[in-house]
Design a protein around this ligand. Structure first.
Ligand code: NAD
Length: 485
């Protein structure tokens, strides 16, 4: 990979890039080529302790603590401008580390991350307490205050963007952040630390400690110096973090997995629905928490829709992620490709009908690629209808009517997202209301805005990212009673 600037591969603590105390490093691999991109410093407990001390100091005293909220906002806005200017460079690093198409990384993820920064930068001084007219003998006030040191633990699928949903509101509200990015994709977080410093963020306000989840992530969840954990990742990891955080009664917010239903009624615009179904499952190689991994189609439209979906899926050929025309990149790792392969085998074994893809692929003889895969004749009991695959595998189920669509749509432990396709506005809204999911799209899929909250129902988690709800996640309310008697 050619980049016009150096990768950063050390930990970022208290405004400095530093090696880990142990001197250990781990390889970050380009999944499209199998080549090692960088040897990254591996944080351990001692490094985490140093990062927490630096964050605590920044939060309690020093320039970050003393800064006017508007000034904090300006730093975030400056960082947003820098990120826009460097979105191609950051995008190339993200693509090399994650395998996602450069089109997505540079043209969608990085601009969206910058937009998130400027959105929350604008909110830095727009956080309000209130007064309560409860008593003549007192003035009753509330103050909204930062939580303190926020530990952010993030996944590998949208490495910088997912982190930004946490970093931007947390910093805007005056917290200090310790970020542990996923071990397979640590590089853009480290570059971003440098960018934030350049934008004027004082030392200690943002720290990055890449390292193994079971060690550094777990230690963060247990750490008495961390006031809140904001986690995005698998539901099972979320459960482990909840248990670990219980010891210090830490605040937690959880963005977890999904198995989102994409419901197509027979009266929908089937061309648009087919295009939407493809975007819903193959954007981000299907390594998307909100992926529309269950396509629910009304029986009378089944053949017409599936013809369109299969035709489009067959055209989604895996390609070199660095090619701007590529729309299906490499899976994040060989390990993830093994997981996806296992699910495809289970689909075949349990009797689903494979109608597109289904095999490993390579580009120039290399890489963790997988074909765009579509199963038809899936039933709700099958493993591929129940479990999150996190890869380019679509499970198609058929329903007879609206009540059945809703029942099948809700027959999951998850509740992250859903979509409804129909020309009937009443049916669209009834279904949107009945589906138990944190986001429901109508006649579209996978659209996001920094002002619209995102998060899960059921085992997809709790808490909301983005919008003013996110500001609440990174603040706490203090009541003040002023005696006037
Ligand atoms: P993961 O749970 O394996 O890892 C996420 C992060 O947790 C990583 O940084 C990892 O190192 C860390 N971790 C692992 N074990 C830990 C432990 N015991 N204690 C503390 N931290 C630990 O998830 P992943 O494979 O990186 O990402 C894919 C998952 O993330 C999918 O389930 C996907 O649905 C979910 N996801 C959800 C959202 C959302 O907004 N709801 C967004 C993106 C991804």
């Amino acid at each position: 990979m050619s980049a016009p600037f150096s990768l950063r591969t050390d930990l970022f603590i208290d405004g400095q890039f530093v090696p880990s105390a142990s001197g250990k490093r781990f390889a970050s691999i380009n999944p499209a080529t199998g080549e090692t991109l960088a040897e990254v410093a591996e944080a351990g407990r001692e490094d985490l302790d140093r990062a927490v001390v630096a964050a605590r100091r920044a939060f309690e005293s020093g320039p970050w603590a003393a800064m006017k909220p508007r000034q904090r906002g300006k730093i975030l806005s400056r960082a947003a401008d820098l990120l826009v200017a460097r979105s191609d460079d950051f995008g190339r690093v993200e693509t090399a580390d994650n395998g996602k198409p450069i089109f997505e990384a540079a043209k969608i993820d990085m601009p969206a991350a910058a937009e998130c920064l400027s959105y929350f930068g604008e909110h830095a001084d727009k956080i309000y307490g209130d007064t309560h007219a409860g008593r003549p003998d007192a003035m009753l006030l509330t103050l909204r205050e930062p939580v303190g040191v926020v530990g952010a633990i993030t996944p590998w699928n949208f490495p910088l963007l997912q982190a930004m949903w946490k970093i931007a509101p947390a910093l805007a509200m005056g917290n200090a952040v310790v970020l542990k990015p996923a071990s397979v994709t640590p590089l853009t977080a480290l570059l971003f630390a440098e960018l934030l410093a350049e934008a004027g963020l004082p030392p200690g306000a943002f720290n990055v400690v890449p390292g193994p989840g079971a060690l550094v992530g777990q230690a963060m969840a247990e750490h008495p110096g961390i006031d809140k954990i904001s986690f995005t990742g698998e539901t099972e990891t979320g459960k482990a973090i909840l248990r670990a955080a219980a010891g210090t009664v830490k605040r937690v917010s959880m963005e977890l997995g999904g198995k989102s239903p994409n419901v197509v009624f027979a009266d929908a615009d089937l061309d648009a629905a087919a295009k939407g179904a493809i975007n819903a499952i193959f954007y981000g190689k299907g390594e998307l928490c909100s992926a529309g991994s269950r396509l629910l189609v009304e029986a009378s439209a089944h053949d017409a829709l599936m013809e369109r979906v299969v035709d489009r899926a067959k055209k989604m050929v895996p390609g070199d992620p660095m090619n701007p025309k590529t729309r299906l990149g490499a899976l994040v790792s060989e390990k993830q490709r093994d997981t996806v392969s296992r699910y495809v085998e289970s689909g075949k074994k349990e009797g689903a009908k494979l109608v597109a893809g289904g095999s490993r692929a390579s580009v120039d003889g290399k890489g963790a690629f997988f074909e765009a895969t579509v199963f038809d004749a899936v039933t709700p009991a099958m493993t591929i209808a129940r479990e999150e695959i996190f890869g380019p595998v679509l499970a198609t189920l058929t329903f007879a009517d609206e009540p059945e669509a809703i029942a099948v749509g809700n027959a999951t432990i998850y509740g992250l997202a859903a979509a409804v396709w129909t020309r009937d506005i009443k049916k669209a809204l009834r279904t949107a209301r009945a589906l138990k999911a944190g986001t429901v799209w109508i006649n579209t899929y996978n659209l996001y805005d920094p002002g619209l909250p995102f998060g899960g129902y059921k085992q997809s988690g709790f808490g909301r990212e983005r919008g003013h709800y996110a500001l609440e996640e990174y603040t706490q309310v203090k009541s003040v009673w002023v005696d006037l008697s």
